[in-house]
Design a protein around this ligand. Structure first.
Ligand SMILES: Nc1ncnc2c1ncn2[C@@H]1O[C@H](COP(=O)(O)OP(=O)(O)OP(=O)(O)O)[C@@H](O)[C@H]1O
Ligand SMILES: [Mg+2]
Length: 338
């Protein structure tokens, strides 16, 4: 069974998009087939991941202009992570939705068509409560609530919980609150520590064990159109988001997965290959960052024909080891093209 998770807090700038992008990335790295839906007319996720799309291939077009589902689902630099982009058009949807029957559940209908292809579907919501938010929450099984460790962060929480209760009671949708997530935590600051403690005490549902630290790398990585594990994989923010992904996954350990198990021999091939400068050891395997230098056009094309949609170096490394043909790839390098 897949899990559909909305990242929700009507307060702006609390880390919703940062959480959506990076947790999705780690779900994918941890072997979970993941779809991230940008459902905010500010389309920060779409920009932050550098998703390339035609003007008519966004979530808006899938919901209201009859665009085919597969045309709006875009692959990313990471194997197993797909994205549905948004654009400013989504703001126009607010007006159009009013006229549509079932206007609260259009996103749910879209997700119902594809959810069996994924382990996780994440919805990045904007900082408002409107019909788009209602669509996002109606489509989700659960919500994760990022809460920034700052002075006013607790003030919006009663309103936020009211919105969830409204979805449950007035619209009859059994939405679960999976947990609050402390973001932009600075353990050196007393205020930050006090607020974190206060939220842990007062929030009536689970608060995730992991705290997301305030981290320059997290703020920078969208500028380079990358999730944190491709930008600064050993930074504290990366480690925290990886922990969070694991914490969220633990909730459905026994459910059906689309995972491809890591292959030890392939990881060893990556680590020992002279083209690979550096690898990172995780408890689920070895991961080679984008340090592979692929010079030969022909070889590059062969790999692209395998499974790979982009011609940059980064997805090559990731995709090859995910698809399990990394060794074959190196074997295919003949002396003249090495
Ligand atoms: N842990 C962090 N450390 C440092 N900067 C962060 C962190 N998390 C988020 N930021 C930065 O804070 C700003 C707001 O974060 P983000 O866009 O994720 O929030 P949001 O809740 O999605 O905002 P909005 O409500 O506008 O959609 C961004 O510039 C982001 O890069
Ligand atoms: Mg956002």
């Amino acid at each position: 069974m897949s899990r559909v998770i909305a990242i929700f807090n009507q307060k702006g700038g609390v880390g919703k998009t940062t959480t959506a992008m990076n947790v999705s990335g780690y779900f994918a790295i941890l072997g979970k087939k993941t779809l991230l839906i940008d459902f905010d007319p500010q389309y920060n996720t779409t920009i932050g991941l550098g998703v390339i799309h035609e003007p008519s291939e966004t979530i808006y077009h899938a919901l209201l202009a009859g665009q085919q589902t597969d045309r709006v689902i875009k692959r990313t630099y990471l194997a197993r992570l797909d994205v549905v982009p948004a654009s400013q058009d989504l703001a126009g949807a607010l007006v159009e939705l009013i006229e549509v029957p079932d206007r609260e559940s259009l996103l749910k209908k879209f997700i119902d068509r594809i959810r069996d292809q994924y382990d996780f579907i994440l919805i990045d919501l904007g900082p408002t409560v409107n019909l788009l938010t209602v669509n996002g929450l109606m489509a989700a099984d659960e919500v994760v609530i990022p809460v920034q460790c700052e002075y006013y962060s607790l003030e919006g929480i009663p309103q936020l919980l009211d919105t969830v209760h409204l979805i449950r009671e007035n619209l009859g949708h059994p939405l679960k609150i999976s947990g609050a997530l402390l973001t932009m935590y600075d353990k050196r600051e007393k205020l930050s520590r006090d607020i974190a403690r206060e939220i842990r005490k007062r929030f009536p549902y689970k608060v995730y064990d992991v705290e997301i630290p305030r981290s320059v790398a997290l703020a920078e990585s969208p500028r380079f159109q990358k999730p944190i594990m491709l930008y600064a994989p050993q930074s504290p923010g990366a480690i925290a988001y990886e922990e969070l992904a694991k914490e969220i996954i633990r909730g459905n350990e026994n459910q059906k997965e689309h995972s491809i198990p890591p292959k030890r021999d392939i990881f060893e091939t990556i680590s020992s290959h002279p083209y690979v400068e550096k690898t990172y050891e995780y408890d689920y395997g070895t991961y080679a960052p984008p340090t592979l230098d692929i010079k030969h056009e022909k070889t590059k094309k062969e790999v692209i024909n395998g499974e790979i949609s982009s011609d940059t170096k980064e997805p090559l490394v990731l995709m090859i080891h995910e698809e399990g043909n990394f060794k074959d790839f190196f074997d295919s390098l003949t002396p003249e093209n090495k």
